[in-house]
Design a protein around this ligand. Structure first.
Ligand code: HEM
Length: 133
């Protein structure tokens, strides 16, 4: 009986925490995005895509998008994924490579793999909006 009550309470607590909170909130999400930029800047294949880009804007909009998609309460104010990645002709290989850079960025921010996978799952649907466009 006691066990059942305990499980019920902890179940509720888990449901209330957003993925944003689980990741560590604004501080950790900003850390992930900053680390992601460092990874991009040192990757000879992905960096050329960002030539001429406003990196400050990228950091701001990606942080906001992650916050919005993970229940952090932000409203994404950037361009649509279709629009922003149009004309880049992003290949599947380069998309996967970019995801690897994001994983390294999350590793460097000490995000547990369980939480990393949840974020990747949330971002996965954006894939079809940007490949070969
Ligand atoms: C999980 C996948 C991805 C997500 C969630 C994502 C998200 C974003 C966001 C939020 C922005 C900023 C939008 C804005 O400025 O309004 C952006 C910009 C950009 N993304 Fe992605 N992106 C992804 C994958 C990729 C890949 C695979 C590439 C290239 C290999 C790429 C290249 C770029 C570039 C170059 C910009 C800057 C565009 C500009 O300066 O106008 N992204 N992305």
């Amino acid at each position: 009986m006691f066990m059942a009550t305990t499980l019920f309470i902890s179940g509720c607590a888990t449901q209330q925490q957003s993925l944003y909170e689980e990741l560590g909130g604004a501080e950790k999400v900003n850390q992930i995005v900053e680390n992601f930029v460092i990874q991009i800047e040192t990757d000879p294949t992905i960096l050329p895509y960002f030539e001429g880009s406003d990196i400050d804007r990228f950091v701001e909009k990606l942080s906001e998008q992650i916050c919005a998609l993970t229940g952090g309460g932000c409203v994404y104010s950037g361009d649509t994924m279709e629009h922003v990645h149009a004309g880049m002709n992003i290949t599947e290989a380069d998309f996967n490579r970019t995801v690897d850079l994001l994983i390294r960025a999350m590793d460097a921010a000490d995000i547990p793999h369980r939480s990393q996978n949840k974020l990747l799952k949330v971002l996965a649907p954006t894939r079809k909006e940007m490949l070969y466009r």
